[in-house]
Design a protein. Sequence first.
Length: 367
Amino acid sequence: MINQYEFNKRLGKGQHGDVTLCTDAVTGKQVAIKAVKRKNPKVDRMSHFKKRPIPKTEHTPVTEQLGTTEHKILKEIAIMKKCRHPHVVRLLEVIDDRLYERIYMVMEYLGGGEVKWRTEQGDPIIRVSQTRRICRDIILGLDYLHHQGIIHRDIKPANLLWSEDRRVVKIADFGVSHFSYAQRLAALGEGAISPSAEDPILMDDSDLSKFAGTPMFLAPEILAEPPGDDAATNTSINLEELADDTVETVTLKQPRITKAIDIWAFGVTLYALLFGQLPFHGEQEFAIYSAIKECDWDVPEKMGIDEIEVGGRHQDKPKKGQETEGYLVVDLLDRLLQKDPRKRITLEEVKVHFPPRYMRAFVHFDA
Ligand SMILES: Nc1ncnc2c1ncn2[C@@H]1O[C@H](COP(=O)(O)OP(=O)(O)OP(=O)(O)O)[C@@H](O)[C@H]1O
């Protein structure tokens, strides 16, 4: 028990600690508590080993423990504290246990678990209509995050959690997320906020010198610069892990972290949910990276567990109003998986053509 929370059962294990289902003895409500050790010498040694000297940026690092477990957790907390949205997992309280050097993140509990995207045989596991609902929730959640200046950096099915009744999906896991003051300013208009109003830990952008995320979901602009020597140590990573669990952090010379990387990862996620497979393939990690950077993707004949006809990767443009669902899906994927981030569709554009409340099909484009 910690404060009024009774620990029930373990929900999962993250890199920095366990997530446990707990009951709030005062309200009787269930919550999920992530318990993290402030100091994790083993993880810190590994990240120190992987890290290169931090380049100077306009924002000076705010903490001496930069890059340590403690810094990562404090940043994750600062980011989650900013968020209050129906499609973003809510942080309810933080308990700082100085005696045992632990931080407890008390979060709302999402009882439906992670969004699953494939069967053991590698087939789709959900219906196309369900994928549409999940998409709507991600778009709304992501749009909110981007307006807050937050780039999630690890959008993938495993970081999307279902509510108990499976009506709602929420974006979770802000372990590698980044706060961009410039993006926040752009969303609000100049003069709307001052940097001093922000938590100093958020203003530290030294983490932009690294790419973080899950390899199969990384945007091509992140991979554009050849990864350093330390990336070579990753070549033996199991490909199944690459798709589901592994979060890599490798130093890059020129960061290109903008909100467009979340749009790309959303595109990969949409593809995964529809087809039960990923759009880019390769025997090894670097083959996958070059496929992401250089290759086009293809589509299976059918999508969803309901096996709806897709109609092929390149389809003739139908007359307005006569678009099949397959055509609309491929069109949307095409715009999400644009290799050039400047040409990639924005969430504003997706929303204009894809009003969430009237979502008959995936998207309607005039152009
Ligand atoms: N609010 C929540 N409600 C229900 N289950 C949750 C919640 N948050 C996390 N979980 C579950 O706990 C597991 C671990 O979550 P966590 O975010 O710590 O792990 P992770 O994704 O491996 O992150 P990291 O690598 O940053 O430690 C996840 O698999 C998730 O299913």
